[in-house]
Design a protein around this ligand. Structure first.
Ligand SMILES: Nc1ncnc2c1ncn2[C@@H]1O[C@H](COP(=O)(O)OP(=O)(O)OP(=O)(O)O)[C@@H](O)[C@H]1O
Length: 279
């Protein structure tokens, strides 16, 4: 299938910076000395060892590290899909590690947006309905649903596939519908787990530009787990995880994405991870 690549349209460049200024120095995500231990006395795995870091409002942070280093465990703990053994995770100042089932469900629905490797769209719903669901479960007034879905679809360049079912879309279109679903209800934090893992390189680039635009223009705070140095180079800061601990951190600063990619490659090579040479 030939895909029409619509370039995402920036609408308010600098919104991330404005959002950060509005929040002052308060973190959107604060991970405090978390540990995650799997197993029992006979077989114990320390998947996370005393991990602490902050993500500021409007940041786009990549999490990288070798296979088995604890990236998914970290993401799952922040997503409340998994629980920490000790330590605390605060989202916009609220400790989420002690939330019980109803509060937990509300937190996931209202404050988080998810983008997975396989888009996890519902097969029996159209693109429009998949995005709208994120609003209706939150109790959005009916009259607001269509304008909001249409607006995010236009911004992310997927208006032309809103009437299609997931099986009628390309992989790249499915992922961008998933990105629209993650963003439409204006979550505090977007969590992305290998969002380009199942895409060809051209679709991956469009998806990464979409994430960049969600961050830069819509002010989304994003935490993305990836193996891929090219994907990571679209973030503003990378945390490198090794043996369950944060081993290193690099920031993009004012450098170009290509220069950032080269710096990421250096760390990945040092860590002995897999490296792709696309830049
Ligand atoms: N449910 C579980 N039970 C026991 N051990 C687990 C479980 N989930 C993960 N682990 C272990 O925790 C460690 C970290 O796993 P995790 O999946 O977080 O790594 P990762 O960095 O995401 O790896 P990959 O890049 O291969 O997906 C590994 O040693 C893994 O075997």
């Amino acid at each position: 299938m030939t895909e029409v690549y619509a370039t995402p349209q920036p609408s308010a460049v600098g919104r991330a910076a404005a959002m950060q200024a509005a929040h002052g120095s308060e973190s959107m995500l604060s991970v405090r000395q978390i540990e995650k231990v799997y197993g029992n006395r006979d077989s114990i795995t320390h998947a996370l060892n005393n991990v602490s870091f902050d993500v500021m409002p409007g940041e786009f942070v990549g999490i990288m590290g070798p296979s088995g280093s604890g990236k998914t465990t970290l993401l799952n703990c922040v997503a409340t899909i998994d629980t920490v053994t000790s330590g605390h995770i605060l989202v916009d100042g609220r400790d989420i590690t002690g939330l019980r089932s109803r509060a937990l469900a509300k937190f996931r629905r209202d404050d988080l947006g998810f983008i997975f490797q396989d888009s996890n769209l519902l097969d029996t719903l159209t693109g429009f309905e998949n995005i709208a669901l994120a609003l209706t479960v939150k109790g959005e007034p009916t009259g607001q649903v269509k304008p909001k879905v249409d607006a995010i679809a236009a911004t992310l360049g997927v208006s032309e596939v809103l009437g299609k079912y997931p099986y009628q879309m390309s992989g790249g279109q499915r992922q961008r519908i998933a990105a629209a679903r993650a963003m439409v209800a204006d979550p505090k934090l977007v969590l992305a787990d290998e969002p380009t893992g199942a895409l060809d390189s051209r679709s991956a680039t469009v998806m990464l530009e979409t994430l960049s635009m969600m961050n830069a223009s819509l002010g989304a705070t994003i935490m993305m787990v990836t193996h891929d140095s090219y994907a990571a180079s679209f973030a503003n800061r990378i945390l490198f995880v090794k043996d369950g601990a944060v081993f290193n951190e690099i920031r993009k600063g004012d450098t170009s994405r290509k220069d950032f990619f080269a710096r990421i490659m250096e760390v990945v090579t040092f860590l002995g991870g897999d490296v792709r040479d696309a830049c």
